[in-house]
Design a protein around this ligand. Sequence first.
Ligand SMILES: [Zn+2]
Ligand SMILES: [Zn+2]
Length: 474
Amino acid sequence: MALNLLSSQRFVFIRILLSACHKNYMNLRINQRFNASTSVSNILPKHINAAVMRINQPITVEQFDMPTNLPDGAIILKTILSEICGTDVHLHAGKLAGVPYPITPGHVAVGYIAAMSRNAAVDINGQPFREGDIVTFLDVNETCGACHYCLVSKQSTRCSKRKVYGITYPNEGPHGRKPIGGWSEYIYLTPGTKLIRLPDGLDPLTYISGGCGLNTALHAVDRADINLGDTVVVLGAGPSQYFEFFDMKKMFFDWEGGIRDQLVELNPNMYNKLKKILLEVWFTYILCIWTLSHSPVGQSCVAFASISGAAAVIVVDGEQTRLDFARRMGASHTILLSTPEVQRIEQVKTITGGNGADVVIEASGAPVAVRSGFELVRDGGRLVVVGQYTDLGDVLINPHVHINKKHVSVLGCWGSDFSHFYRAIAVMSKKHLQIPWKSMIGGSYNLQNINDGLQAIKERTIVKAVVNPNNIQL
Ligand SMILES: [Zn+2]
Ligand SMILES: [Zn+2]
């Protein structure tokens, strides 16, 4: 579906209009004595339509009561746009642990504040938010601020108490029966949610085109600690699958130490049987499927690596169209995944002066890509693994060859915190005219056809789908 651009001017107009709509309501509230909870304006509708997800069932649209009172710190956000991403595909398939179905998905959204309680929120400069402000919010919420990860190691993305909008908030739970995700006309924002006003010039459609992948990519590039002039490889540039053959015989007999030795020690019979089979049969290729990410995190990694001053950004992906797009995002070199692995390694070495890349960012989601990353990174380089969001199985590496002797730093990357969220928006507001994030959007869906959008992302026919629950003209 073709989309007209939502101009920032139009949203300035909407912002003014909304402020005017709320003016009378605000006047009524002047000098009003607030209690611990605040009544919600009768300007708002009595009911909210929201999408509801259950495992492997069609998404339904259900009605929720508009909250009549807000506890101190809570906000009602009228949704302008949310998104459908790879996480939603995994959620629908029941692949994520600890999800309290049924839920309203949509962990990243942008909207305007339709109602708020007293002292609902201030920004990081202490400026209070007001009704009518166009804001987005950090999807990660309720980190405890009291555990080892929050206080000592300062890695709040591993706080066990953290909740995520659109993922770990049930439709019925401690906050009552409410839609707490972006696939909804209105979103209930719990007390303590961290908001950011969209900067002037950054319109909601552009912002949502980066969406959740923006924060994740910025975190991954932070982890990579890219220096000016570094060479960077990004594995995976968007949603795709690729099929590749591996020679099991070669892999088995090339194993030095590690699993082969353990197998000899633990189960010599099995080792001998396997060896016999591999020696006797001539055809030992197995088909491996690179199940690449549903999400364009890799594309934003390319953009951020390029902005960070990398001398070369080399992208490996299974599809030429995505590689072409990666060039627009800042890639200097591209390599098709169908190129045999030996040649891929040679190409990267040629580009990097024979050493391999200073940094490899694995954003593909295919476990075998992690092994490939070890082959492409230089001795003493950094390998960041950000694509393995769900468990797709094991991969064989040789700890001596790939890690110890190679002196490689391997860095996992999970989730994002407020600093990633804040800086991602800051960078996007400055760079979105040069970097074509918005071109990644392939379709817009409302609550009625949201199953089509989820299917399109699942089948990887489009890179980015936006959700427009209030049918705002795009
Ligand atoms: Zn904590
Ligand atoms: Zn997402």
